[in-house]
Each structure stands twice: as structure tokens, then as C-alpha cells.
Design a protein around this ligand. Structure first.
Ligand code: ZN
Length: 272
């Protein structure tokens, strides 16, 4: 239950960048993925996590995908500012088919592709494959948070709140989706789903997932806002109503379930 304390303490206090789906969301995605691993992939995950290290390079004793799912956020939070800038997102405009910039390949979809290749390559050092596993687990979750894959000109970075509630200091449209929407989405209990597909994934599958999440950002995060129009700044603080939150939570839950099953598919494919 530690995540509940962390989420409660951080609501409104922690910087928006600290979470992305929140620890709870990332753990839920990873738990669904682990339930859908093939026996071969599960055995390799156990080997890869056997000597896992925490962000201070000390033994973490973490053995499950859920327990390592937020490591990528943890290392960012103690790194020099901007060390991992852009790694967890890609600012694809929601009002265009054009993809956002990906400087030197450091953006969410391209990094998943890069780390999945390291994971697949058994000649890579064990530590590199351990860290590649943790990156893949985290970033597949992030990519499915619609605002990690699609934004309007505000980039989600505007003060926001829920009508009838207070505008909590530090809450932005982005962090509303990361935390408030995610917590609401998971009130329905553990994520559900069974992976039926064992076909090899195309190499660019993460980019396809990202484009789909970009379209979800347009349809569910932006089009449903009062007064939204393309490439126009929204009035701030952006206040959303309960109906908005309910539809956002239903969308977020579907996105997290897709993330969990696709993560399992990618790991099964990479760890045969
Ligand atoms: Zn992240």
C-alpha cells in the first residue's frame, strides 16, 4: 500500500514530471503484463531481475515487473536536470499527422525499440539487459498515457483542476491525467486482459502504438474539453467537470490494459 501514501503525499506537492501514470498506474500495467508472459519470458525476467539494483546502485531485492516499473522515473528524479529530458514522451501534435521531434532518438517510441533490441540480444552484458528490461516496462506504460504521445500547443503544461474541487498548486493538465485520472481509472480494480496474439511484432510496433495514443489524446483528452480548438491556447486554469473525468478514466483504463498486453507481447517476442 506504500504507493497510496506516496500518491497521497504527492498530490499537488510533487512536480508533474515525477510520475507519469503514477507509480500505481505503472505497477498495474506491469502486473497485467507479467500475468501474460510466456513461461520462457517469465523465466528470463526472473534471471534479469535476480541482481537488480536500485537508483543508488544498491541491491533492490525487486523481483517483479511491477516493482521495477517506476525505476526510470526514480533515476530521473536524482539525476542532473534534463539528463533524461524527452525520454518519456514524444510531443506529437494532436492536430496533425506529423510526428514530433525525436532528438538523437531520445523519445518514447524510439527508446522502446532501442531497448527491446538490447533485451533481445543475449550477447549484451547482463546489466545492460537488466536496465533495458526496466526501460521497456516503464516506457510502454508512458507511451499509452495519451498526453505522453499527443499534445496541443500548450504541451499539457497548463494549470488545471476539477470543477467543485480546488486547483491544487502544481497540478497541470498533464499531471491531472498522470495521477487524478489514473487513480480514478484503477478504482475498478486490477486491470484485466488475456494476450491472445503470439505473432512476431513488427519492428515499428511501438511507433504504431504511439500514433494510436496520439489519436486518443485528440479524441479523449482534448476534443472533450470545453472551448478546445486546434492550435489555440486554452483558457487557464483549465477546469474540467466530473463527466470529463469519468470519460477520461474509462479511456485511461483501456489504454493501461492495452499497455499491459502489448508489453507482454513485446517481452514474449524479445525473450523467447
Ligand atoms: Zn515516465
Amino acid at each position: 500500500m506504500r504507493w497510496m501514501v506516496i500518491v497521497a503525499v504527492c498530490l499537488g506537492l510533487c512536480p508533474a514530471s515525477a510520475f507519469a501514470w503514477g507509480r500505481q498506474g505503472h505497477a498495474a500495467v506491469a502486473t497485467l503484463a507479467q500475468k501474460n508472459l510466456s513461461p520462457e519470458a517469465l523465466a528470463q525476467v526472473q534471471v534479469l531481475l535476480a541482481d537488480d539494483l536500485d537508483r543508488n546502485e544498491k541491491p533492490s531485492h525487486r523481483k517483479t515487473l511491477a516493482s521495477v516499473a517506476s525505476w526510470a522515473d526514480e533515476i530521473r528524479d536524482i539525476a542532473q536536470p534534463d539528463t533524461y529530458k524527452g525520454w518519456h514522451t514524444r510531443a506529437n501534435p494532436v492536430c496533425s499527422d506529423r510526428l514530433g521531434a525525436c532528438k538523437d532518438g531520445y523519445c518514447v517510441d524510439r527508446l522502446i525499440i532501442k531497448y527491446a533490441a538490447i533485451l533481445r540480444d543475449r550477447s549484451q552484458p547482463a546489466r545492460a539487459r537488466n536496465e533495458a528490461l526496466k526501460w521497456v516496462v516503464h516506457l510502454v506504460g508512458d507511451l499509452h498515457q495519451p498526453l505522453h504521445s499527443g499534445v496541443n500547443i500548450d504541451r499539457g503544461n497548463i494549470p488545471a483542476g476539477i470543477i467543485g474541487g480546488e486547483v491544487k498548486p502544481g497540478t497541470t493538465f498533464h499531471s491531472l491525467w498522470d495521477i487524478d485520472v489514473a487513480v480514478l481509472a484503477l478504482k475498478g480494480g486490477p486491470l484485466q486482459g488475456r494476450l491472445a496474439d503470439a505473432k512476431p511484432l513488427p519492428a515499428d510496433a511501438p511507433t504504431q502504438w504511439m500514433k494510436e495514443a496520439r489519436d486518443v489524446a485528440r479524441s479523449s483528452a482534448y476534443d472533450t474539453l470545453p472551448g478546445f480548438s486546434c492550435n489555440t491556447h486554452l483558457k487557464t486554469p483549465l477546469m474540467v467537470d466530473d463527466a470529463y473525468m469519468q470519460q477520461a478514466a474509462a479511456t485511461a483504463r483501456k489504454q493501461m490494459e492495452n499497455a499491459g498486453l502489448r508489453l507482454a507481447h513485446l517481452l514474449n517476442d524479445s525473450l523467447q
